[in-house]
Write a protein that binds this ligand. Structure first.
Ligand code: TRP
Length: 343
């Protein structure tokens, strides 16, 4: 990730609004690294991939809520619209326009090998009933990326293949017209991304598994989520020596608790059987409130000032639009779609 921050390196990344409000797994696995990209000197284009959410969300109230939640979450957690270009995909129509073009530079056979599509098949869905939005998902994603001609695309491991197919589309487009219209972007995969274990101690933290620790929920709920977290199952009494490694509560302490000497002290006492699970969790709760309190307050303010949020998104779309319009004109010229009949 270091090269991202140095020099004139441009990045593009999308956030699909397919779920409800953010939990600490989303934050440390995805949102925090995405927000840090705004420090990148070559420019960071971060957008809400609302059109991508249509592959799974077919309920307008739900989608409206998801989009609002993710926008408010990111702004509350520190996304600075003066640093990153932050916008909604659907507000920049060039994403859709370029999708229509790019589909002509990739084969059906190649598309059939994409994971997102194949995963559905493995889950028992019949190939003929898969919606074309899901099948075409990588083409929309390629358009998202190529419009801005970035150097890198920070994504989770599961999206590596989509960046590769984006390069393939760019390459075959460039080759067809004998010009380098689209520089080939590289996937930038962060190793930690998406590896935060849930409070069941077994599976990845995920809303649908009910093993989350929230960020913006009521204090009492967050406290409950923390207090019921899995720790060391072999420890019966607080005087038994406990295991720190692989213990989710200590993983959360490492992520959340900015008082590192407290964390070291708790780990030491836990190993020696000199601290109870309740105290370890209590201190985790206190650290959570300390870390996220500013974001929780900011989110409430933003909820009450949606005019400001609309303004931020409008400005972001304007900035993104300047670049994407330029690229689209260049593409139409290259194709021969723009000709002597255009003004
Ligand atoms: N498909 C990505 C995901 O599920 C989100 C996304 C959409 C994206 N368009 C993008 C990521 C463009 C990077 C660049 O995580």
């Amino acid at each position: 990730m270091d090269k991202i921050k140095s020099g004139n390196y441009r990045v593009v990344s999308g956030i699909t609004p397919s779920g409800s409000s953010m939990h600490i797994g989303n934050y440390f696995g995805m949102a925090k690294p995405a927000i840090e990209l705004q420090e990148n000197s070559g420019g960071a284009f971060l957008f809400i991939a609302d059109l991508h959410a249509l592959t799974t969300v077919h309920n307008s109230e739900e989608l409206k809520g998801n989009i609002t939640n993710v926008v408010l979450d990111y702004l509350a957690l520190g996304l600075d619209p003066d640093k990153a270009t932050f916008f909604r995909q659907s507000d920049v129509p060039e994403h859709s326009l370029l999708t229509v073009v790019l589909g002509n530079y990739i084969s059906y056979g190649h598309m059939k090998r994409m994971h997102a599509f194949k995963d559905k098949l493995q889950k028992g869905t019949n190939q003929d009933s898969i919606n074309m939005g899901l099948f075409n998902y990588p083409i929309l994603m390629a358009a998202d990326i190529l419009l801005y001609k970035p150097d890198g695309v920070p994504v989770g491991e599961d999206q590596r293949q989509h960046v590769e197919i984006t390069r393939d589309m760019a390459e075959s487009f460039n080759k067809a017209y004998g010009k380098e219209i689209f520089p080939l972007p590289e996937a930038v995969i962060s190793k930690e991304t998406g590896k935060i274990v849930g409070t069941d101690g077994k599976r990845k933290m995920s809303k649908s598994l009910g093993n989350i620790i929230g960020i913006f929920e009521d204090e009492s709920l967050i406290k409950k989520q923390i207090m019921s977290s899995y720790t060391d199952p072999n420890r019966k009494k607080s005087t038994d020596p406990g295991k720190v490694e692989g213990n989710p509560v200590f993983q959360y302490h490492d992520l959340i608790n900015d008082d590192k000497s407290e964390v070291e002290d708790l780990k030491k006492r836990y190993r020696e059987g000199k601290v109870g699970d309740v105290e370890v969790k209590d201190r985790l709760f206190t650290a959570h409130m300390r870390l996220f309190d500013p974001a929780r307050k900011r989110r409430k303010e933003l909820e009450n000032n949606l005019d400001l949020v609309r303004e931020i998104l409008e400005k972001g779309a304007e900035k993104a639009g300047e670049i994407s319009k330029k690229t689209m004109t260049e593409v139409y010229e290259t194709l021969g779609i723009r000709n002597q009949l255009n003004v």
